[in-house]
Design a protein around this ligand. Structure first.
Ligand SMILES: Cc1ncc(COP(=O)(O)O)c(C=O)c1O
Length: 445
């Protein structure tokens, strides 16, 4: 059960969240109800202080413990031009997984020497675009890509620096659909099977590639610390063997991202400092044990950078009472702007932005407006009695909601604003009906 009081939600709301004299939720000094009126709902509100604070916390906690650390924001969690600009301003690197993410980054002049290109099925076209832009590293996921990239790089007379994404066979105990480090997973070159060794052998003979490092990403969100330690050990043991057998020097190492955040009051996620301590301490220990020189450390937080920074605002509309069964309340968004509850059974908390101090509670199911029975954002939520016109605020909405948003039912993807010191700036406008027909062709030629 989620009890949505202002106090219990403090650690899932943005840092600047408050309550106005009128009992309204405030974010970055802006009244959430006023924002909803001005920009319409659904609306995603990003708090600049929380966003930049997370960028700085990850860099500080890793770099203070291990000087040669790079924090690359995993753009898949959410990317728009404004966010790419902020990430660049914060001095972070960027992990992209598609030509589209690269294009958005390039549109704000994101420094190519700070870009890592991931993905399990990069097309030849995407690889060309990445090399044309001069991305710093390609993280090679499989043997097919190894050949493809070698060909593309040779065709350009280039020698591309690459890392290998390894599949270490480690279970991080997260949702089956967000686990990536086990052998039954599509990502990465399997390590325990001997395939990773074969890939190293091949790469060392490829004139278009320079293998500089090894990478693993276990899954997301990883609440436990132990899997990171296991991953560090597995990769370093492998690096040490490859060094002895093939004189391969691992000058860069990445344990990926996956750092968890709290979505509901009862969840607790380790802060960046604890993840940083675990990764850097186990890395140092393994370097000593396997007698390896210290590599550059690259971490790739996505969710942990943006999730808490954003609150989604919805307007309550229809409701349906099934006596003795349940009460449904429908809001004006749902699975088209946030598919996580439908896809992964993700849980969220919520509060009523126009009546934050209302202590009354009833159990409701918060449904979306889309034509799927599975379009439910919250089941058995404990909220004040909701009425049409109420503004429902859902915290921790910054990661993997907008990034996976669709036009299902030909809905319009919502606007995004950035709030700070009482000012709200539009990061992305609401889509229009014209946007919906722009790519369609009629009459057919
Ligand atoms: C290679 C890689 N790095 C980083 C991430 C980011 O994960 P998270 O947003 O949980 O930090 C992912 C997520 O899928 C990933 O695949």
């Amino acid at each position: 059960m989620v009890r949505a009081t202002e106090v219990s939600l403090a650690h899932v709301l943005p840092l600047t969240a408050g309550v106005s004299d009128a009992g309204h939720l405030t974010l970055g000094g802006c009244d959430a109800v006023t924002l909803a009126g001005e920009f319409g709902t659904p609306l995603y509100v990003f708090d600049e202080e929380t966003l930049r604070g997370q960028c700085r916390a990850f860099q500080r906690e890793f770099q203070s413990r291990y000087n040669n650390s790079v924090v690359a924001y995993a753009a898949k969690a959410y990317l728009g031009r404004a966010l790419a600009g902020i990430i660049a301003q914060e001095g972070m690197s960027l992990d992209v997984v598609s030509g589209g993410e690269l294009a958005v980054a390039a549109s704000v002049g994101f420094p190519p020497e700070r870009i890592f290109f991931h993905g399990n099925n990069k097309s030849e076209q995407e690889l060309r675009e990445a090399l044309d832009y001069g991305v710093s590293r390609i993280v090679v996921d499989n043997f097919h890509e190894l050949q493809l990239l070698n060909g593309v790089a040779q065709g350009k007379g280039a020698r591309q620096k690459v890392l290998f994404r390894l599949s270490p066979g480690i279970d991080p105990h997260t949702h089956a659909k967000t686990t990536t480090g086990t052998l039954e997973n599509k990502f990465g070159i399997p390590l325990p099977t001997g395939q990773a060794e074969a890939a190293v052998r091949q790469a060392l003979d490829m004139p278009g590639l320079e293998l500089v490092g090894l990478h693993v990403h276990l899954g997301s969100p990883v609440f436990e610390l132990e899997p990171y330690g296991q991953a560090v050990d597995a990769v370093l043991e492998f690096a040490s063997r490859m060094r002895k057998q093939y004189e391969f020097e691992m000058t860069e190492f990445s344990p990926g991202g996956g750092f968890a955040v709290a979505y509901t009051p009862e969840q607790q996620a380790p802060p960046p400092a604890i993840y940083a301590e675990t990764v850097t301490a186990t890395l140092r220990e393994a370097l000593w044990r396997y007698e390896l020189p210290a590599p550059k450390l690259i971490v790739e937080p996505g969710r942990a950078i943006v999730a808490r920074a954003a609150v989604a605002l919805y307007t309550v509309g229809s409701s349906k009472e099934v006596p003795g069964v349940m009460r449904f309340v429908s809001i004006d968004g749902g699975m088209a702007d946030n598919i996580r509850p439908a896809l992964y059974e993700s849980r969220y908390a919520a509060l009523v932005a126009n009546r934050v101090n209302d202590e009354r509670r009833e159990t409701v199911t918060v449904a979306g407006k889309y034509c799927e029975s599975g379009d439910v954002l919250m089941t058995d939520a404990e909220l004040p009695p909701l009425e049409a016109g109420d503004i429902l605020a859902m915290p921790a909405a910054g990661a993997y909601a907008l990034a996976m948003a669709s036009n299902y039912n030909l809905s319009l993807r919502p606007p995004v604003v950035l709030v700070k010191d009482g000012e709200a700036k539009l990061m992305r406008r609401r889509e229009t009906y014209e946007d919906l027909t722009r790519a369609d062709v009629w009459p057919l030629e």
